[in-house]
Design a protein around this ligand. Structure first.
Ligand SMILES: Cc1cc2nc3c(=O)[nH]c(=O)nc-3n(C[C@H](O)[C@H](O)[C@H](O)COP(=O)(O)OP(=O)(O)OC[C@H]3O[C@@H](n4cnc5c(N)ncnc54)[C@H](O)[C@@H]3O)c2cc1C
Length: 285
């Protein structure tokens, strides 16, 4: 199918984007990498009357190091993040997740901002950003504001982005000394959206885990922080007993659902197995 007829604008500044959003309201939509938007338009699941192509906003692209944090412009392509030495060094969780996002052709065009704004519950980056304590920068007519990633994702495809606002950047705290990350997911085929996945970040001191943040994706409408399972590991070393305790606590944290890909029971089983895997990986270093 082809999309409904639409008008097209290619502004060259954020101010111009904001002007167009204010003028056209709900009728306008932002085009970044187009990897999610164009399929939905082609299937006529969305039919904006104006597509605002932000690919000319060069200032929104790129990764920079700013003191204790990394700043990733909204228009930075997945491939650039995947190949970035800065990301590998200072945000290894993101580097671990990147190869699981779709396929190389999609990662060549898809953007950080698009993934985050889309808020697909099975997407990898939102869960990683929550686990890392990242902040989302949103710009509107009143200027820029920052929202914690954990507050940004509100529901199924629903975020804190308001009318007339654009996501401009992501800020990620650089990994602190003694902290480690681990990532894993299960998908039917490599590159498919996950049936279940988890991002993990913790302090590991001589094999003892503290400040663990386990954040699951594809188990609910948003990234789901497994607070009880994470708390169960506080001050523990990773062994059969502590893994079993974390797996048991996980039942308080997530309520998986049935869908075409797997049952809720199987999804819970996957979540427990992934928990075991990331805890073992964290401990192994
Ligand atoms: C076959 C296939 C498999 C995929 N598998 C995965 C996967 O496993 N994991 C995964 O995470 N993703 C997957 N994706 C999605 C892919 O990662 C997309 O790149 C991503 O979802 C959207 O990024 P984009 O830049 O293409 O955004 P677009 O498609 O351009 O936009 C997506 C949405 O975000 C809005 N938007 C984009 N940028 C901004 C901004 N700066 N401010 C405000 N709103 C904005 C748009 O208006 C639109 O509503 C897959 C896609 C396909 C086609």
């Amino acid at each position: 199918m082809k999309p409904s007829a639409f008008n097209y604008a290619k502004p060259s500044s954020v101010d111009e984007v904001l002007g167009l959003l204010s003028e056209h309201g709900d009728e306008a939509t932002i085009l970044a990498g187009g990897q999610s938007l164009m399929p939905t338009m082609n299937m006529r699941l969305s039919a904006p009357s104006l597509v605002i192509d932000i690919n000319g906003l060069v200032d929104l692209s790129g990764i920079s190091s700013d003191g204790d944090s990394l700043r990733i412009g909204a228009l930075t392509r997945h491939v650039e993040i995947e190949n970035s030495p800065e990301i590998a060094k200072h945000a290894p969780l993101i580097a671990m997740a990147m190869p699981s996002i779709a396929h190389p052709a999609i990662r060549n065009r898809g953007t950080m901002g698009g993934s985050v704004a889309m808020a697909d519950p099975a997407a990898e980056l939102p869960a990683c950003l929550c686990a890392l304590g990242a902040e989302i920068e949103i710009t509107g007519s009143g200027g820029a504001r920052k929202v914690a990633a954990t507050d940004f994702f509100r529901g199924l495809y629903d975020t804190d982005l308001g009318d007339g606002e654009i996501l401009t950047a992501i800020e990620i705290p650089k990994i602190s000394a003694g902290y480690r990350s681990a990532f894993d997911e299960l998908a039917r085929r490599h590159g498919d959206y996950a049936m279940c996945g988890v991002a993990a970040h913790a302090k590991v001191d001589g094999g003892t885990i503290s400040d663990l943040r386990l954040v699951f994706f594809a188990v609910g409408g948003t990234p789901v922080a497994a607070a009880s399972a994470s708390a169960a590991m506080e001050g523990q070393s990773v062994d059969d007993n502590s893994i079993a305790a974390a797996q048991a606590a996980l039942e308080e944290d997530i309520s998986p659902f049935d869908d075409l890909h797997c049952s809720a029971t199987l999804r819970m089983h996957y979540a427990k197995e992934l928990t075991k895997h990331v805890l073992t990986t964290l401990a192994a270093g």
